[in-house]
Design a protein. Structure first.
Length: 143
């Protein structure tokens, strides 16, 4: 399976602050042919546009954006994907599988582990990787 982005004068607009939370794609739009794609996600820590399928994840660098370059592809386990982000060093992929479970996948070894919160009293609203010396990832929860 392969994915390919194509466009004749695509440009990706990014604000100049360096602290990005979104990306917008100017006309003509990005086109991809990834069978089974579950949508697009933006990883602001790595400046990646991510398109997961049931068992793989495709990613494009947005800075510098090169529409003719094929995306990177990683195999991942099946399951729901509410959100997905690569670690800042690129060694892990974190996948929000439900409102109370986040799965971590080590790219080199293929090992996975999950972190769950109490489903009866808290929910994971989101998460992000950080370069803080005290922690690698921050989970934003309801409680």
């Amino acid at each position: 399976m392969s994915g390919k982005a194509s466009s004749s004068h695509s440009s990706v607009g990014l604000n100049g602050s360096g602290a990005l939370s979104h990306v917008y794609i100017r006309y003509p739009p990005l086109r991809s042919s990834i069978p089974g794609s579950r949508g697009l996600f933006y990883d602001d820590g790595n400046k990646l546009l991510i398109s997961p399928t049931p068992d793989q994840v495709f990613s494009w660098k947005t800075v510098p954006f090169a529409p003719s370059v094929a995306p990177a592809c990683e195999s991942i386990g099946e399951g729901p994907i509410l959100s997905i982000r690569y670690s800042l060093d690129g060694k892990f992929i974190a996948i929000l599988r439900s409102s109370n479970e986040i799965q971590f996948w080590h790219k080199e070894s293929g090992e996975t582990f999950s972190q769950r919160c109490r489903p009866d009293s808290e929910s994971i609203l989101g998460f992000f990787w950080t370069d803080c010396s005290l922690c690698d990832i921050v989970l934003v929860k309801t409680r």
